[in-house]
Ligand binder design. Structure first.
Ligand SMILES: NC(=O)c1ccc[n+]([C@@H]2O[C@H](COP(=O)([O-])OP(=O)(O)OC[C@H]3O[C@@H](n4cnc5c(N)ncnc54)[C@H](OP(=O)(O)O)[C@@H]3O)[C@@H](O)[C@H]2O)c1
Length: 379
């Protein structure tokens, strides 16, 4: 019997998560069919992906290029908003950066399509609005981010007896840099992550630990665990991707080499687990020891600021996301130094007017107003 392959729409196909998602799909050609690809500006790579995966439709940001993009292929141009409601799509992989795909993800959910979510901004900004849409449309939200994926794998088969989530953090590229040198760090140095190869935004967020704030918010919404029951510890080896403590004191951890293809494959194939010969297995003897440390708040001021802001709810998380977006952009453009990222975000947030129980427009507006405020501050 020939089984129907799972139809995948990949948003952000040319990025770090996007290309690794295609590696997983390449490893299981009988399991997945690429229905659509969405990229931003990397037209050369998108063209290669279209030739290899032969999707039915694709999109890139530059409309004039779209015509040439499809010459000699069966693929046709389609706007993202039409792709995400196409009935041929079984699963949308949301792997664009920033808030590009927030509305598209929501449209897919409202059309009853399952989501494999890498883009943390979507859940950080929308919070309960996203979770309500998932529930009301009876769709499945499958986390790709390695820490939520780890928690998800640990609680699979358990009743809700969680006493604590422990999210691990690598500490990013600045983990062992003496504090006195931190303000002089160049974008190139901050972008050198010791364990993971990721897009620029998330790599800087990893160095400030704002990324961990976003993961705490993700875990809060995905697993319905209150903020006070979520801890974060520094784990430099990035082998344990998170831990769950249950009421009886027993702890489960998910362990693997730092390789995003594993959580991507778990989300795409869930609930199956198939051997992927390209993913190296974990060797405990070779690793030797695993270490854990408390967070040094002097080194990571953004973590405290971010968490205090996020737990206030309303439009605060969206404003935080927008403020962080523009702060990282200005750091990468060398308009602020690494240590100014936190104070810059704090200055932006000082003028935020919160809205309790916001609608989608108010959420998007909170993020774009924060970005605009950042631009004004720099001017
Ligand atoms: N990388 C990781 O290991 C990792 C782990 C966990 C979670 N995440 C999350 O996953 C998301 C993606 O991260 P990433 O590291 O893969 O980022 P990335 O490497 O910067 O890739 C971003 C992708 O989004 C596309 N894109 C950007 N703006 C677009 C637009 N306006 N329209 C259409 N496409 C657009 C880019 O296209 P072009 O390149 O063609 O311009 C690229 O394909 C982020 O939310 C991140 O926090 C990433």
């Amino acid at each position: 019997m020939v089984l129907k392959r799972k139809g995948i729409l990949l948003l952000g196909s040319t990025g770090s998560i996007g290309t690794q998602t295609l590696e997983v799909i390449r490893a299981f050609p009988d399991y997945f069919e690429v229905i659509g690809l969405v990229a931003g500006n990397n037209i050369d790579l998108l063209r290669k992906q279209i030739e290899e995966f032969n999707p039915k439709f694709a999109y890139c940001n530059q409309t004039d290029i779209n015509i040439q993009l499809f010459d000699g292929t069966d693929c046709v141009y389609m706007p993202i908003e039409s792709m995400v409601i196409n009935p041929e799509v079984d699963l949308v992989v949301a792997a664009t950066s920033g808030d590009v795909s927030v509305l598209h993800t929501l449209s897919a959910i409202n059309s009853g399509i399952d989501i494999a979510l890498a883009n943390k901004e979507t859940i950080v900004m929308l919070g309960n609005l996203l979770m309500d849409a998932v529930k009301n449309n009876a769709v499945t939200l499958l986390p790709i981010d390695s820490e939520p994926s780890a928690i998800w794998q640990c609680i699979r088969g358990e009743d809700n007896n969680i006493s604590k989530l422990i999210i691990t953090a690598s500490g990013g590229s600045v983990r062992s840099i003496p504090l006195r040198y931190m303000k002089d760090l160049s974008p190139k140095e901050v972008l050198k992550h010791p364990n993971w190869s990721m897009g620029n935004k998330i790599t800087v967020d990893s160095a400030t630990m704002m990324n961990k704030v976003f993961e705490v918010i993700e875990a809060h919404w995905l697993f319905d665990v209150p903020f006070e029951k979520i801890d974060v510890v520094i784990h430099p080896e990035s082998m344990i991707h998170s831990l769950v403590e249950f009421n009886d004191g027993s702890i489960k951890a998910q362990i693997s080499n730092p390789d995003m293809r594993l959580p991507i494959q778990y989300a795409l194939m869930y609930p199956d687990r198939k051997n992927n010969k390209f993913i190296k297995s974990f060797d405990p003897v070779n690793i030797g020891s695993l270490n854990f440390f408390n967070i040094d708040y002097e080194r990571y001021p953004c973590f405290k600021l971010g968490l205090e802001t996020a737990i206030k709810g309303g439009t605060w998380p969206a404003a935080l996301s927008g403020a962080d977006d523009i702060a990282v952009e200005y750091f990468l453009k060398r308009k602020i130094n690494f240590l100014e990222i936190g104070s810059f975000i704090s200055d932006i947030l000082s003028s935020h007017k919160n809205i309790v129980n916001p609608n989608i427009d108010q959420i998007l507006n909170a993020a774009s107003s924060a970005r605009e405020r950042g631009r004004l501050l720099i001017r």
